[in-house]
Design a protein around this ligand. Structure first.
Ligand code: NAD
Length: 437
């Protein structure tokens, strides 16, 4: 079975590489010629642990190729995946489906009879049907199938997530579409990943409902953290206590500076906008979005409060700008709100991130970029931990204190033990727990 993967971003590239690893013949297509050139030199344009190795192996085996030649790739494929971006549309927050519809038109012109077009991008309910209409209008003569197969991988553990998913969602409307998805994911059956076969609409909604629920769960524990601070509680203890209840589960109960990234912010906004338009408003999600936005600003205020009344001219070392560890992705990261708020108050920000600098630098003017956390902490009045990269977890806190001019550590990921920070002479301000030191 030959596959084309249209769009070689975080999702398309990882999916394409993993399908090649399953033994399929995969062509990854992108309109970004520079990206394809790099891929052809076996340079991975994103930071994703382990991806370079699997990519090189499958390329060497001849199962994985990269091209800008859209038509040639599609014309020879049995299955064509659409994995292009679906960013937020300016103004109304709905998903911008331009890239999906453009890809659909181009697929229509080149595809062979009997092809299955699978939408992997996160798209609002009804999009698969629109794509079907677009293709049918371009090529009324050609028989084809449409399917929805939303992706649930997480950046930073994308290969593992793709290879060992909790489930695979297959939205189909005919046997050919279902058979194609069953065959593509058969290698996973060994690991008992359930394939949930349903309608196109159910599959589309499942993806948004899942992301909205997870965003709400994070926001819930963040609000519980605020309450813990008022009553002298410890949110980590509370999260452990509730997470052991199987009905709740322990994942996504880590309090922090608010969710960010390339999915939760845009997907919550998109599902809320769609639901509002359809007259079934999602009030919980509307509130989640509002609370999360406010939280990022509140985190900046927390750092400013730690500096005391005089903020102008002070120095803050920021550890981590990526929205989470093990990725270079900074899209909608809390750092993009928190750092400018600090700068507005006259603070100089010295930042470090193991992988996120290249993406963040153009978005965060005025930041002093450093090669490592100790360098960032040089002369700083406070350290703010925004991303829980492993490299920050094991720092010598005594050495950190020596680098700094002040002693405040605003630990937004609760990676340091308050008593250890206090023993090193630092004042530790965590999330949802009493300050120490
Ligand atoms: P991305 O921005 O990293 O990549 C999109 C790619 O598509 C880019 O390389 C772009 O050049 C290419 N592209 C755009 N139009 C094209 C066209 N007509 N033909 C060929 N290529 C084209 O996006 P991403 O993060 O990979 O996300 C893709 C989709 O997957 C989105 O809908 C997103 O919501 C969803 N998703 C993302 C993640 C994630 O963690 N990033 C997880 C699950 C689902």
């Amino acid at each position: 079975m030959k596959i084309s993967m249209i769009g070689t971003g975080y999702v398309g590239l990882v999916s394409g590489v993993c399908f090649a690893e399953f033994g399929f013949d995969v062509t990854c297509v992108d309109i970004d010629a520079a990206k394809i050139e790099r891929l052809n030199r076996l340079e991975v344009p994103i930071y994703e642990p382990g991806l370079d190795e699997v990519l090189a192996r499958n390329h060497a085996a001849g199962r994985l190729t990269f091209t800008t030649d859209f038509d040639a790739a599609v014309a020879s494929s049995d299955v064509v995946f659409i994995a292009v971006g679906t960013p937020s549309r300016r103004g109304d927050g709905e998903a911008d489906l331009t890239y999906v519809f453009d890809a659909a038109r181009r697929i229509a012109r080149a595809m062979k009879p009997g092809a299955v077009v699978v939408i992997k991008s996160t798209v609002v309910v009804g999009t698969c049907r629109k794509v079907k209409e677009i293709i049918a209008a371009e090529r009324p003569d050609v028989d084809f199938s449409i399917a929805s197969n939303p992706e649930f991988l997480r950046e930073g553990s994308a290969i593992e997530d793709f290879m060992r998913p909790d489930r695979v969602i297959a939205g189909v409307e005919d046997e050919r579409g279902e058979a194609a998805l069953r065959r593509l994911y058969r290698p996973l059956n060994l690991r008992e990943a359930p394939l949930v076969v349903s309608s196109l609409e159910n599959a589309e909604l499942t993806k948004y409902a899942a992301n909205a629920f997870l965003a709400m769960k994070i926001t819930f524990i963040n609000e519980i953290a605020d309450l813990c601070e008022k009553v002298g509680g410890d949110v980590q203890r509370v999260a452990t206590g509730i997470g052991l209840d199987n009905r709740i589960g322990s994942k996504f109960l880590h309090a922090g500076p608010g969710y960010g990234g390339s999915c939760f912010p845009k997907d919550t906004t998109a599902i809320a906008a769609t639901a509002r338009k359809l007259g079934a408003p999602l009030r919980l999600i509307e509130t989640t979005i509002e609370v999360n936005e406010a939280r990022k600003k509140a985190m900046a205020q927390r750092v400013l409060a730690a500096l005391g009344p005089q903020t102008a001219g002070r120095i803050v070392a920021v550890f981590g700008v990526a929205f989470k560890p093990n990725t270079d992705d900074v899209r909608d990261a809390p750092s993009l709100v928190i750092i400018p708020e600090l700068q507005k108050a006259g603070v100089t920000v010295r930042a470090h991130d193991p992988e996120g600098r290249a993406q963040a630098e153009p978005l965060l003017p005025g930041v002093v970029w450093c090669e490592g956390p100790y360098e960032a902490a040089e002369g700083a009045d406070a350290v703010a931990v925004l991303t829980e990269w492993n490299v920050y977890r094991g720092l010598d806190l005594g050495k950190l204190k020596e680098c700094m001019a002040g002693r405040m550590v605003v630990d937004m990921r609760n990676i340091y033990r308050p008593e250890e920070a206090a023993a090193a002479g630092l004042r530790h301000i965590g999330i949802g727990k009493p300050p120490a030191g």
